[in-house]
Design a protein around this ligand. Structure first.
Ligand SMILES: [Zn+2]
Length: 269
């Protein structure tokens, strides 16, 4: 199988409201079954959305709805960590509440390993503006983000039913360096915020069958990755079509036209 350039997938162990969720899926390296419905003569266009293209889908000059960051407490928080599943799920974290001008709030839980509240606040501040560039719809459903210290080689992941995503500060630094952190957040937040609601819908399943092709190789790994990968291309085409060179835009529109139409019904804000 094609080894994805970044693995996100769902949390292997995650719990919400005190109870452990069953393992839903390993990360993308764990040997997923290929997506089923669409044998096609047309190969995917790109390797992956985030690290397999040079497109700036979302830029750090885009407006942000961020308003203010408030410290809540240093307290135990559920901190799933795919580097070692035997680590305790509950760990001390500096917990902040990021407030947005659309009335939404996203909690940010920063690993106590950052060592002090100011250090944790500085770390949280790397994400506040970027979270404010996501669609408002995402912030309405995203409950919190978890930030672990380090993990330069550890990719982010998301939990769709718990509505949260997990980032590693070392990996985030790399993604900032390549202008990819916004796209990483969008991809993971698509899993965390809206996937559970939209993935089962007939309109989505019909769209991918009609398209008969995938936008990226990573989208081919399974339906969830197809959803998140297609979402970023569709969102950019709908909101900022000029960010694709004309020839690329036309290729994307020929490749996944029905999925793009589907996402027009999602990104209505
Ligand atoms: Zn993903």
């Amino acid at each position: 199988m094609i080894r994805p350039l970044f693995a996100c997938g769902l949390a292997i162990v995650a719990s919400v409201a005190g109870g452990l969720l069953p393992v839903r899926n390993g990360d993308a390296d764990a040997g997923r079954v290929a997506a089923t419905p669409t044998p096609s003569d047309r190969p995917p266009l790109y390797r992956s959305s985030v690290v397999g293209t040079d497109f700036d889908f979302i830029t750090d000059r885009d407006p942000s709805a961020f308003d203010a960051l408030r410290f809540v407490a240093l307290k135990p928080f559920e901190m799933p960590d795919k580097r070692a599943n035997d680590r305790p799920l509950m760990k001390d974290a500096y917990v902040f509440a990021a407030r947005y001008r659309d009335g939404t709030t996203v909690a940010i839980a920063v690993d106590a390993a950052f060592g002090s509240r100011p250090a944790a606040e500085q770390e949280a501040s790397r994400y506040t503006l970027r979270l404010g560039r996501l669609p408002s719809l995402y912030r309405r459903h995203l409950r919190h983000i978890v930030i672990h210290e380090g993990g330069a080689d550890t990719t982010a992941f998301a939990e769709d039913r718990g509505h949260f995503l997990v980032l590693y500060s070392g990996n985030a630094t790399r993604r900032i360096g390549t202008h990819d952190l916004e796209e990483t957040l969008f991809h993971e937040a698509t899993h965390a915020a809206i996937q559970q609601q939209y993935l089962p819908r007939a309109a989505w399943k019909t769209a991918r069958t009609r398209d008969g092709a995938f936008v990226t190789h990573y989208a081919e790994t399974d339906e969830q990755e197809d959803f998140a990968e297609s979402a970023l291309f569709a969102y950019t085409l709908i909101k900022h079509p000029e960010r694709f060179p004309v020839a690329e835009r036309e290729r994307i529109e020929r490749q996944i036209p029905h999925r793009i139409d589907f996402f027009r019904t999602v990104y209505v804000d």
